[in-house]
Design a protein around this ligand. Structure first.
Ligand code: FAD
Length: 486
């Protein structure tokens, strides 16, 4: 029965493209209980030879059965998914990827989704399809705990809305586990943030933001007010700045068209420190600032927001800023679950502390990469670029570690920063290509900006399909109306 199910699914998938996007009709049991066998990708497959873990009950530890696996990667984002594919491509069969979601989303484009653009489906790929294609295992689940002594991790039970348990908690044994579950935006304990502001950490956040933007504009139009629709963005990091550029110049609401009929949008960027885009090269920062001012965005530094209300922000200096929509983009911290796993040390920003080898300071068999981790003394920035470099590094070092060797330290190579600001243009700097760093503007910057995603696509889809996706994405941008999320 189990093998029959998988073979049928394989036959239905005519080509690679369909394979990655195909969501076969599932029975309730499959959706509810992928680990029961019916939905476990790779179960009974003979082409990849990937094992499916030793049977439940092979080891027991407490009330839950423990299934043993080889390398377990938790989190299939910019870093984790690339690592799973790199290991599988290199012939390592015993790799299991776990993610709480069924689909992979390329986060650096979330601000485009938040502004209503969905140029093709390239940003959302089905983990199960990728797993079947490359030959690694995938199982949906949410990390709840880790026991480094026993080398097991626990996945949370999955409950119905009415509280009934749909999928029980699971314990999985590992030879090495890689934590790659990303991070989030901190509310910094500021009053009203969770009630009145929106963040941009997930696809659901992006859709919510676009919905609030669209309905907000419609409500504003209904009032026939001559005032602009005020959007306040707190935090002048890359996320806040890119979102500001896009919302001020290109975003089109789903509720009113054409764009000329929409109320005017006024975007205000607030930064707590005395420097706009702290940490960015001076020349690039000035260029971005000029472009944003040119499209009418207000920028205020030294404005520490101390309270968020439904229609305004208040700073600790007592200034007030009107806000029909508030977006909170004030920094990044590790994932909430890191606080409840007391077996692994975390930093002040709630990231798992790792050594330069990317091994936890508490366990040789626990690795962590990307936004959920920080290397003691040598922190890398919370970017897709750094997560991808760490994935590439671990794809080489994990097999060496499993063979009993000491993994080499990771060295971060800063390749530069590029920002896309909607009609305000694209700006950035590329490092390491030439003797001096190169500052880019306009189309060249836009092309380089897309390069990071192209590289990710090539790893996920392979060169042929990656090129096809890149072409269809470029064509999608140049012809026809943009597709909206809703
Ligand atoms: C709007 C925006 C624009 C950005 N632009 C850029 C850019 O231009 N360039 C750049 O380099 N970076 C950019 N970044 C940052 C970049 O997206 C992140 O640094 C990068 O995605 C981090 O990769 P990661 O693998 O650590 O985690 P993520 O990509 O965040 O992936 C984490 C994965 O873990 C899963 N997960 C989370 N919690 C659990 C759990 N408890 N159990 C199981 N699974 C879990 C999630 O579903 C997700 O699939 C941007 C970020 C945002 C939000």
């Amino acid at each position: 029965m189990v093998c029959h199910q998988v073979v049928l699914r394989g036959v239905h998938r005519g080509n690679l493209l369909k394979k990655f996007r195909f969501h076969p009709p599932q029975t309730t049991l499959q959706r509810a209980c992928p680990q029961a066998g019916l939905g476990v990708v790779g179960w009974g497959r003979i082409d990849t030879g990937r094992p499916c873990g030793s049977p439940a009950g092979a080891m027991t530890g407490g009330p839950m059965n423990v299934r043993s696996e080889g390398v377990v990667i938790v989190g299939g984002g910019a870093g984790g998914l690339e690592l799973a594919i790199r290991l599988a491509k290199a012939g390592h069969k015993d790799v299991l990827l776990i993610d709480r979601s069924a689909t992979h989303v390329w986060k650096p484009r979330l601000h485009e989704l938040a502004a209503g653009f969905r140029r093709g489906e390239v940003d959302e790929l089905d983990y199960a399809g990728l797993a079947e294609h490359w030959g690694f295992g995938f199982e949906r689940g949410e990390l709840a705990d880790i026991d480094p002594e026993a080398r097991t991790l626990t996945l949370a039970e999955w409950r119905e809305d009415d509280g009934r348990v749909r999928v029980p908690g699971r314990r999985i044994g590992y030879q090495a586990v890689v934590l790659a579950i990303g991070g989030g935006t901190p509310d910094m304990g500021v009053e009203g943030v969770l009630e009145h502001a929106l963040m941009l950490d997930s696809e659901a956040d992006a859709e919510r933001l676009f919905e609030r933007f669209s309905t907000g504009l419609l409500a504003h139009r209904a009032k026939q007010s001559s005032d602009p629709f005020h959007i306040a963005i707190v935090g002048s990091g890359a996320t806040g700045v890119e979102l500001a550029g896009l919302l001020a110049t290109e975003a089109r609401a789903s509720s009113v068209a054409p764009r000329e009929c929409q109320p005017r949008v006024k975007v205000t960027l607030l930064e707590a420190t005395d420097t706009f885009m702290p940490g960015m090269e001076d020349e690039v920062r000035q260029s971005i600032r000029k472009r944003l001012l040119n499209v009418g965005i207000d920028i205020h530094t030294e404005q520490q927001v101390s309270r968020v209300d439904r229609d305004r922000l208040t700073t600790d200096g007592g200034d007030e800023f009107q806000a029909d929509l508030t977006i909170w983009a004030a920094g990044r911290v590790g994932p909430p679950v890191a606080d409840s796993i007391d077996t692994l040390a975390t930093s002040k920003k709630r990231q798992w502390r790792v050594r330069p080898t990317l091994q936890s300071v508490d366990s040789d068999h626990v690795f962590a990469l990307g936004d959920c981790s920080v290397i003691d003394d040598e922190p890398a920035p919370p970017t897709a670029q750094a997560a991808s470099e760490q994935a590439e590094h671990l794809a080489k070092e994990l097999p060496r570690f499993l063979a009993g060797e000491t993994p080499a330290p990771f060295v971060y190579e800063d390749k530069g920063t590029l920002l896309s600001l909607g009609e305000a243009g694209s700006v950035g700097e590329v490092k390491g290509w030439f003797a001096d760093d190169v500052q880019l503007r306009g189309r060249l910057a836009r092309a380089a900006y897309q390069g990071l995603q192209r590289q990710h696509q090539f790893i996920l889809l392979g060169p042929l399909k990656g090129t096809a996706e890149a072409l269809s994405d470029v064509l999608g941008r140049s012809v026809g109306p943009r597709l909206k999320i809703h």
